[in-house]
Each structure stands twice: as structure tokens, then as C-alpha cells.
Design a protein around this ligand. Structure first.
Ligand SMILES: [Fe+2]
Length: 219
């Protein structure tokens, strides 16, 4: 028997290469699509789907940098995937230092998973059309998942989200029960003014989750 005596150079563990494990997003899409194929009630979507999202944001090594790029002017929302039947969409929200949304609604269920940095989410209820704060803002740290819904007593559909940091970028992954960039929604001003909006997306191209060549050649 020959014993190979090969010295292993000691070195610090390599930092995760962001965008390397895009298969995590592909698996998430498949599993979320499978979940919706069972025609679950919304509560199940949020509970089981929230668990899937928690697994996705547990690792920060899959989101390509181009979908995590901040803009100095305003927060970015990059479409990562839209279901072919528009049953759901997945978006990366990228918050530059100190950036925040206006108070807004969604009109469909939504899941928010924190990937990088941290954000504050403040819920609101509309009283006579005027947004009133509900409770204290929630601080989301990496790995945490929150839900919004227009159909739930406990969850709220109106909120305001802000980067918890003034000096660094934060990134969260959102899943919505529609092609969210095309949904007619509203922003609410503190004085009760309501302004309709359709958000669109910040990107023109999507991540290519289907080039399997690197995975196939390494197997
Ligand atoms: Fe939102």
C-alpha cells in the first residue's frame, strides 16, 4: 500500500463566493412552485413558504452581485424570478445606507427574508384612510422572515421598511403572491393622501438559474 504524504497548506477559510451557489434559488423556486401546486390556503403558503424562505436566506452565497447593487438615489428592487402563471414573484430589495420605502401596501400576501445587513419594518393600519402605527418597528436580522397580508387579522398589508444601517447596504429577499412589479398599489402619506403606483423592477435581465454546465462538469 502506498501512503501519500501530501502536506495540506494551512490557510484561513475562504470567504463565501457570492453568486456561486445559485442552485439555492433554483431549488427554492421549484419547492415554492410545488407548494402552490397543492392549492394551499394563504396561511399554509405563509407558514410553509416562510420556512422555505428561511432556508434560502440562511446562506448568503447565492445572490449574484448584480442583483445586490445599491443605487445612491433610492432602494432597488431586482426581479429574480416570476412564475409563468404569475402566482408568485421573487425580488431582491437592496437598501443603500439610510434608504427607506414610503408607507405602502401590497394587496397580495408577501414574505420578507433578511439576507444581509438589517432592516426595520413598521406596520400600519388605515383609520379613515390615515396610516396609524401598529406597535413598534420590527428589526429583521439575517435569517429572519416576516409576512404581510391583506387578508389576515394578525398580519398587516401596510408598512414602511427602512435600512437599519446608515453606513452600509442591506439586502432582503421578498416573495409575493403575484407579479408584484405589475400590481396596482398605493403609497400613503401621513396626512391621509393616497397615491397609486406600480413599482416595476430595477433590472432588465434575470439571473440565469438554468445554466447547469458547471454543476454537471463537476459531478
Ligand atoms: Fe413592502
Amino acid at each position: 500500500m502506498t501512503v501519500l504524504n501530501i502536506a495540506t497548506p494551512s490557510r484561513a477559510p475562504a470567504a463565501p463566493v457570492r453568486g456561486k451557489n445559485l442552485w439555492r434559488l433554483r431549488s427554492f423556486i421549484t419547492e415554492f412552485s410545488d407548494l402552490l401546486s397543492t392549492a394551499p390556503v394563504e396561511e399554509t403558503i405563509l407558514y410553509v413558504g416562510g420556512d422555505l424562505l428561511r432556508q434560502l436566506v440562511a446562506q448568503d452565497d447565492w445572490l449574484p452581485d448584480e442583483f445586490a447593487r445599491p443605487d445612491p438615489e433610492r432602494y432597488q428592487q431586482y426581479l429574480l424570478h416570476a412564475d409563468s402563471a404569475q402566482r408568485f414573484s421573487i425580488v431582491s430589495f437592496v437598501w443603500g445606507p439610510g434608504q427607506r420605502t414610503p408607507i405602502h401596501d401590497h394587496t397580495v400576501w408577501g414574505l420578507i427574508g433578511m439576507l444581509r445587513g438589517a432592516e426595520h419594518a413598521q406596520s400600519y393600519a388605515l383609520r379613515g384612510g390615515v396610516p396609524r402605527k401598529i406597535g413598534e418597528p420590527v428589526l429583521l436580522k439575517p435569517g429572519a422572515v416576516e409576512a404581510v397580508s391583506p387578508h389576515s387579522e394578525e398580519l398587516h398589508d401596510v408598512h414602511q421598511v427602512s435600512n437599519a444601517f446608515d453606513d452600509r447596504v442591506s439586502v432582503s429577499i421578498h416573495v409575493y403572491g403575484a407579479n408584484i412589479g405589475a400590481v396596482r398599489r398605493s403609497v400613503y402619506h401621513p396626512d391621509g393622501q393616497r397615491k397609486p403606483f406600480i413599482s416595476g423592477y430595477s433590472n432588465a435581465t434575470l439571473p440565469n438559474i438554468w445554466d447547469l454546465s458547471a454543476e454537471q462538469s463537476s459531478s
